[in-house]
Ligand binder design. Structure first.
Ligand code: HEM
Length: 371
């Protein structure tokens, strides 16, 4: 259902006006901050834009607004809290017998975080069901599709309230924090690497020009921008260990025996920094993806796997890549960016925080000026 109703290319094409609208709102918001001389929290505004884009597709309206920093901050806190808690090493994974004791309080913390999101999702579902009873017109969004299935006799058990809550939770958690983190890291690397920033801006000037806004269809004509995103995925993969795997039977792969039930993590963060795979791996160098390189991040090249690969590759990959290219390219096309004085003096903090997703410890707050 996710593949046909939410992420299929024809469905994404139909909804491209939503993404254009959300990115337009983001540009207006940044323009207001720029004229007030206030810094832009790049990760926060990209998070709010990604979150609202998802909520428009699923519930037909925004869950928060760029101007309501408190509510956006609360959502971001819950989502990053979930990712950190799920991704933290847990003693129960190594000694399953201890799991019921929940020694680190992981289960209790997750339950608290989940329940904050469930309140929001329950309100959406209840309001829609009340609207249906009152004969209101359909919205034909993802929620309508799911409620249709749930209303059928054979769908009742398949999509009960708890399953719907988990589905929405997975979509919002998997889709918002990951996309905003890549925009924030790309901007961070560009401000650290002025020659790459200049090349990106030149490309935008030549391909798009000064008078019109960027459209998704332009992305194929922006090879340097695409190389920047790939290079950011290599150095800062939003899901550094992908999702854990657990084989149901013992396996032998490349001479290694993997016992049944063992937890397997694929460390794409380490693959991205492996000097046997990459020249000067610590260096931000988008050029490595130009000049005849065919390396892509869609799962065929094991050197670059930010979305996983194969059967369980991220179902939101196409949406995510359209979104992050459009957001980053628009931010660079419409504004000039600079560091606040103290960051100029002390340098940008590059520390990252390891959870299920990799986030920046100190948010990137920088100054925009209209081009
Ligand atoms: C830059 C952005 C994103 C990155 C790097 C990313 C990465 C990943 C990765 C690595 C996985 C696990 C794949 C595996 O099992 O090996 C995953 C799963 C998933 N992603 Fe994404 N993702 C991104 C954006 C999105 C978006 C926008 C959505 C849509 C809302 C989404 C929805 C999902 C879902 C639902 C799963 C779970 C699939 C399953 O259970 O098999 N992701 N993602």
């Amino acid at each position: 259902m996710m593949a046909t109703e939410l992420f299929a290319p024809h469905r994404l094409d139909v909804l491209h006006h939503l993404r254009r609208e959300k990115v337009g709102e983001l540009m207006d918001h940044v323009a207001r901050l720029a004229s007030d001389g206030k810094p832009v929290n790049v990760g926060r505004v990209a998070f709010t834009t990604s979150l609202n884009l998802l909520s428009r597709t699923i519930f037909s309206h925004d869950l928060t607004s760029l101007d309501d920093d408190n509510r956006s901050g609360e959502f971001q806190e819950v989502v990053t809290g979930i990712m950190e808690t799920v991704g933290a090493p847990n003693v129960s994974d190594f000694f399953p017998v201890l799991a019921p004791a929940d020694l680190q309080g992981t289960r209790r913390r997750l339950e608290r975080l989940f329940s904050r999101l469930h309140v929001v999702f329950d309100a959406e579902m209840d309001e829609r069901l009340r609207g249906r009873d009152a004969g209101q017109p359909r919205k034909n969004d993802f929620l309508d599709v799911l409620l249709d299935v749930a209303a059928h006799e054979d769908g009742k058990d398949l999509l009960d309230r708890q399953t719907l809550r988990s589905l929405f939770r997975d979509l919002f958690a998997a889709g918002s924090d990951t996309s905003s983190s890549i925009v924030e890291w790309a901007m961070t690397e560009l401000l650290q690497n002025p020659s790459s920033l200049a090349k990106a801006c030149n490309e935008l000037e030549q391909v798009i020009g000064p008078t019109r806004n960027i459209e998704e269809a332009d992305i194929v004509r922006l090879p340097y921008m695409q190389a920047i995103i790939k290079e950011t995925f290599r150095l800062h993969p939003p899901a550094p260990l992908l999702l854990p795997r657990q084989p149901e039977v013992a396996l032998k792969i490349a001479g290694y025996t993997i016992p049944k039930g063992s937890r397997i993590f694929v460390n794409v963060w380490a693959i991205g920094r492996d000097k046997d795979v990459w020249d000067e791996p610590e260096k931000f160098m988008p050029e490595r993806f130009l000049l005849g390189s065919t390396i892509d991040f869609r799962g065929a090249d094991f050197a670059l796997l930010p979305f996983g690969a194969g059967h369980r590759i991220c179902p939101g990959m196409t949406l995510a890549t359209r979104m992050v290219h459009l957001i980053l390219a628009s931010l660079l096309h419409q504004f000039k960016w600079s560091l606040p004085a103290e960051m100029e003096r002390d340098g940008i903090d590059m520390e990252d925080k390891f959870g299920l997703t990799l986030t920046k410890v100190v948010p990137l707050c920088i100054l925009a000026t209209l081009v």
